[in-house]
Design a protein around this ligand. Structure first.
Ligand SMILES: O=C(CO)[C@@H](O)[C@H](O)COP(=O)(O)O
Ligand SMILES: [Fe+2]
Length: 222
């Protein structure tokens, strides 16, 4: 049976001056997960926030906190993100010298373990760690910024990762340029967890966020 579709708003496109309220708003508007983009200005050319901000906004929602760590190294910060309230921690394959060890540590912390692949990274990077994974994130833009255009060549990669996953209980997440125009193709290629920033956080109100989330769900089944 196909997994239930999950919609994960990326708070990168929210109003950071009202971060707690913006998280609560997408929660009430129908988000399944809350996607937290952590950037270090080193692995990616942008800086966002770290564990203290995650801990501060944890009370804004009871939904699954899905941390996307765009940081290198990641290992020294895993415990702090778990303690701050992240329930899923996704690291980049390109940023982890000892990926197997990193994934073991994430699970030992009681979190779901994920690996993200940049557009230029082959899915073979996860071939030998599949049994340590709860989620694979296929980046459909180059990481670092919201509002970029979806890279169509990633559809093939999504399909290949779906074949690799087989019957394993692993989520296939996509992130970058996900919109009502692209989500249908991504779902047909095998994705089941959709991160969207600019396509959800537009309109500036809870009612708009609800409409935007509903439009994404409708386009998956269309
Ligand atoms: O990880 C990232 C960017 O590096 C994302 O989570 C973005 O925040 C997605 O933004 P949109 O492309 O949906 O606007
Ligand atoms: Fe992300």
């Amino acid at each position: 049976m196909a997994a239930e579709i999950l919609i994960a708003p990326s708070i990168l496109s929210s109003d950071f001056s009202r971060l707690g309220e913006e998280i609560a708003a997408v929660d009430r508007a129908g988000a399944d997960w809350i996607h937290l983009d952590v950037m270090d200005g080193h692995f990616v050319p942008n800086i966002t926030f770290g564990p203290p901000i995650v801990a501060a906004v944890r009370k804004a929602s009871v939904k699954f906190f899905d941390a996307h760590l765009m940081i290198e190294p990641a290992d020294p910060y895993l415990d702090a993100f778990a303690e701050a309230g992240c329930e899923g921690i996704t690291v980049h394959a390109e940023a982890c010298r000892h990926l197997d060890r990193t994934l073991q540590r994430i699970r030992a912390l009681g979190c779901k373990a994920g690996v993200a692949l940049n557009p230029a990274t082959s899915e073979t990077a996860i071939e030998h760690v599949l049994d340590r994974l709860d989620l694979v994130l296929v980046m459909t833009v180059n990481p670092g910024f919201g509002g970029q255009s979806f890279i169509p060549a990633m559809l093939e990669k999504v399909a290949r990762v779906r074949a690799m996953i087989g019957t394993r209980d692993i989520r296939l997440q996509v992130d970058g340029g996900v919109s009502p125009e692209t989500i249908g193709d991504l779902a047909r290629a095998g994705a089941d967890c959709f991160v969207a920033g600019s396509a959800i956080y537009r309109g500036g109100s809870e009612a708009a966020y609800r409409q935007n989330i509903e439009a994404l769900r409708a386009a998956v089944v269309a």
